[in-house]
Ligand binder design. Sequence first.
Ligand SMILES: [Zn+2]
Length: 112
Amino acid sequence: MREPGGVRVVKLYESGREQERVRSIEDAVERVREARSEGPICVKIVARDGSVVYDSEATGDIDAWEAEWRLQKRRIAAGSVHECPHEDPGCSEESLCVECKIDRERERAGAV
Ligand SMILES: [Zn+2]
């Protein structure tokens, strides 16, 4: 999944810090994995808005974090709000408005 604006990986060493900009969380996770062998004190993944999403000291193992992150993304995707193109405020994935139902029928018919 691509993060608009990029993600930063910050590595803290005894002697200073290194920063790298990557395209996605996946790329950042790879960098964190690679960094383990370089022995930094702490590695962080910083989102575009400046929030630290991963901190090796506070959060722990990157593999566990990544698994949790993927789960969360999936949960968000599954619960994504249906946006009604016909601007019916009562329209949702559970109860589509008449226009959306017709659209779905058409999609289904077109897909066959
Ligand atoms: Zn609708």
